[in-house]
Design a protein around this ligand. Structure first.
Ligand SMILES: [Fe+2]
Ligand SMILES: [Fe+2]
Length: 146
């Protein structure tokens, strides 16, 4: 059983976003497996670094669509993204320094944060974009490119 299991309730119905979310879940599962499997410091740092990079790219992609469609909640959503990026980068730095190992509570924090964001704020924008016709309900694609 994976640390985070993908299931249909996590699908926002926007193919580009769902693919990025699935990739992030894969990386969080990988982090979990490395930590639990007694992976060495370098391996754990590498996965955390990948999570940090992919999450930034993903957030930037969402924010480009917020700006393109003038999503009314874009500032607060962007603020939430900024906070998570800072937390992940802090975690990465502490791991590099050897100041803090990736513990169960750290893994749980990353998992809870991500699932809460996907099924909360992300779901809200997905519903809004579909309602406004910015996403084609037939194929889950954006009707305009950012
Ligand atoms: Fe997202
Ligand atoms: Fe988001």
């Amino acid at each position: 059983m994976a640390f985070i299991n993908w299931n249909d309730s996590l699908n926002l119905g926007i193919v580009e976003v769902d693919a990025q979310h699935q990739n992030l879940i894969r990386l969080i599962n990988e982090l979990h497996d490395r930590v639990k499997g007694g992976g060495n410091q370098g391996e754990i740092e590498a996965v955390l670094g990948e999570i940090s990079a992919e999450i930034k790219e993903h957030f930037a992609a969402e924010e480009r669509y917020f700006d393109l469609f003038l999503y009314p909640e874009r500032d607060s959503h962007r603020g939430i993204h900024g906070l998570l990026v800072r937390q992940i980068d802090e975690l990465l730095e502490q791991t590099r320094d050897g100041a803090m190992p990736v513990t169960d509570s750290v893994l749980q924090f990353v998992k809870d944060w991500f699932l809460t964001h996907m099924t909360g704020s992300d779901l809200v924008y997905a519903v809004w974009m579909k309602h406004k016709g910015f996403v084609d309900p037939q194929n889950g694609r954006f009707t305009q490119e950012s």
